[in-house]
Design a protein around this ligand. Sequence first.
Ligand code: FES
Length: 273
Amino acid sequence: MYKIVRKESLNPTVTKMVIEAPMVAKKAKAGQFIILRVHEEGERIPLTVADYDREKGTITIIFQIVGGTTMELNRLKEGDFLQDFVGPLGKPSEVEGFKKVCVIGGGVGCAIAYPTAKALHENGAQVTSIAGFRNQDLVILEKEFQDVSDAYYLVSDDGSTGEKGLVTDVLKKLIENGEQFDEVIAIGPLIMMKFVCQLTKQYNIKTMVSMNPIMIDGTGMCGGCRLSVGGETKFACVDGPDFDGHLVDFDEAIARSSMYREFETRKREENCN
Ligand code: FES
């Protein structure tokens, strides 16, 4: 059993939990994920390692309350226990050998982008972070990003915080002003990652994306995270979650991810009744 040592609401739909899991904390790296089960009959869900503390033996997870299981998870309090907490799984992000990197997070994707930005910073890279949200109420991890970034840009769709616009507007401006990035890393909604990749392709900047958002059970068995990369079939939970964004077939991934929306809505309604 794995104890919830801290719980914090980051915005109305996103919660942060710090979990006591010393064996996982010992090995976890940026870009990896864990699989948890809330209780014995619960479904397994994969969540990215948002942070870790090897000394305290804790792992931080950040999740959006979108479906049945995340609603159950969010009902737990500090001091409660999780049934299972397995990991770290997936390949770690590449964070060594870079001079200048731009890390882009969209919405709750910032929870996945943050540990990568932090690891790049710790490995001596100059980090420019761009975080995008629909509005100011949804902003998460602003201070954390600022602490590990040489430059931090905040944008919102409605202009209620930061600059009004899209993450790609800022990225385009930076590139046109002469910023030379070895790599761009984008994590967020599929549509955002698609447009970031379209832009960086024009400038021939290597771009990695995390396909974590399309994962379902994280075990390599459900097939939910299947995607095409450079014409080959891959599974985000086994072969990724990070992939060369210029090779990912985003249109196919977007079409597949919408298949699960109806199921999530049903589960959410069941949990509310
Ligand atoms: Fe189920 Fe990858 S998430 S196969």
